[in-house]
Design a protein around this ligand. Structure first.
Ligand SMILES: Cc1ncc(COP(=O)(O)O)c(C=O)c1O
Length: 450
């Protein structure tokens, strides 16, 4: 596949500093083999996350200069509110400083100990916030997602049969269904609008609230436009709104498709719920016209949300991910297929079959990528989830920041993977030295097996 044309020019640059292998060996040891502990100046290509790592446009930077930093009633909030209403189609808009702050608020309002929450697949912060309230989680990814190499589209869908079974069996204990679009934990795979609609019907039938985690809704909508019958003549904005029309509650980390470095929101049509969310917002985040953000952040989100609907941008974005995925696949590396919206996912237990799952093959590959080429990725497997949830795959995620890296950066990543493929028999597994009680991957310390 050809590398896609970038629909932008570069106006400002940030230098990349190189490290030697000896330096990287020492850095890894000091970091407890946890790449979250490595300083960014020691990273050559940073594919840790696509969250908050994108480049803003000249229009967003210009918007920042208009930030109204008034505590209450700022005009920046008016612009933000208008943009979020236009984007989501929802009536009530509550700003938060990022996605997990929105999740914490809705979890507190909706869930008590012993309640059940169901998802196509919970993202780690969403799942952890719900569990912190004492809720029991069910991940119901579609049966198609099990075959990670098939060509099938919309592997991010919810398994509707299992959903109805649980709704029937558990009755009123189920309080919320969360649809994550795209499904980050399940390979960044898109979800079809028809799947969301069917989940809506079941939610209505059983009297359960439907929550959509919309942080990659623009990318999801591009897949819908390209591959779901009946959507090719609709604009991305129309598809976003149609998808979200099925939700009672929308949360969004604007650090993804909001094209900003910080920010998020809750949006809903339910006035009473919005009031309860605002009560907690004031306690934890701030007054409802800023919600933990500066006025300038609200301006940048208002503009970024609209830019994310641009089809030329989305085409480039999705094809850039596909380019890296195809390069890996052509080298015989087990890659989740088709590639999703924001990242390439390598199945590390197949790539490194000599490493047992309890020794974290995914993290072993993450460490090898840093050691070989200063590349930072993240594990989404037993290390991230193994302590609390069932784990199907040992993924390493190569998340691509938005509008940041060019073809030569990705070709460098491919080259490093080539070298690793040739020497992978020498890569060792890891054991845990320290782990915290929640979201252990952020603070965990590891050491390589002898
Ligand atoms: C699907 C999904 N939901 C929620 C979040 C949490 O957002 P934030 O990092 O802004 O708290 C993320 C972040 O990566 C995510 O990928």
């Amino acid at each position: 596949m050809d590398y896609p044309f970038e629909p932008f020019k570069i106006k400002m640059v940030e230098p990349i500093y190189m490290t030697t292998r000896e330096e990287r060996e020492r850095i890894l040891k000091d970091a407890g083999y946890n790449l979250f502990n490595v300083k960014s100046r020691y990273i050559t290509v940073d594919l840790l996350t696509d969250s908050g790592t994108g480049s803003m446009s000249q229009f967003q930077w210009a918007g920042i200069m208009q930030g109204d930093e008034s505590y209450a009633g700022a005009s920046s909030f008016e612009r933000f509110e208008e943009a979020v209403k236009k984007f989501t189609g929802k009536k009530f808009v509550i700003p938060t400083h990022q996605g997990r702050a929105a999740e914490k608020i809705i979890a507190h309002v909706l869930l008590d100990k012993g309640d059940i929450a169901i998802s196509n697949t919970f993202f780690d912060t969403t799942g952890a916030n719900f569990q912190y309230q004492g809720a029991i989680l069910y991940d119901l990814p579609s049966p198609e997602s099990k075959n990670i190499f098939s060509e099938k589209m919309f592997k991010g869908n919810m398994d509707l049969d299992r959903l109805e079974k649980i709704l029937k069996e558990e009755g009123k204990k189920v309080k919320v269904i969360t649809m994550t679009l795209t499904n980050n934990t399940a390979g960044g795979q898109p979800v079809s609008v028809s799947n969301v609609k069917s989940v809506r019907e079941l939610a209505t039938k059983y009297g359960v609230l439907l929550h959509i985690d919309a942080c990659r809704i623009s990318e999801n909508s591009y897949f819908v436009k390209m591959y779901e019958p009946g959507f090719d003549n609709k604009s991305i904005g129309e598809i976003v709104k149609e998808t979200l029309s099925h939700a009672d509650i929308v949360t969004m980390s604007a650090k993804k498709d909001g094209l900003v470095n910080i920010g998020g929101f809750i949006a809903t049509d339910h006035e009473e719920l919005s009031m309860r969310f605002k009560e907690m917002l004031i306690l934890w985040e701030g007054f409802p016209t800023y919600g933990g953000l500066a006025g300038r952040d609200l301006e940048a989100i208002a503009i970024g949300l609209m830019e994310s609907l641009d089809e030329d941008y989305l085409k480039y974005r999705i094809q850039q991910v596909r380019y890296l995925g195809e390069k890996f696949r052509n080298m015989g590396i087990p890659v989740m297929w088709p590639t999703g919206g924001h990242a390439v996912y390598v199945e590390a237990s197949r790539f490194l079959p000599h490493i047992k799952r309890e020794n974290f093959p995914g993290q072993a590959l993450v460490v090898a990528l840093y050691l070989e080429g200063g590349i930072r990725t993240t594990e989404i497997g037993s290390l991230m989830f193994g302590a609390d949830r069932d784990v199907e795959h040992e993924f390493v995620r190569f998340a691509i920041p938005r509008r940041v890296y060019t073809r030569s950066h990705l070709d460098y990543v491919v080259k490093v993977m080539e070298t690793i493929s040739e020497t992978k028999a020498h890569i060792k597994g890891l054991t845990i030295e320290y782990e915290p009680p929640f979201l252990r991957h952020f603070l965990v310390r590891l050491k390589p097996l002898a």
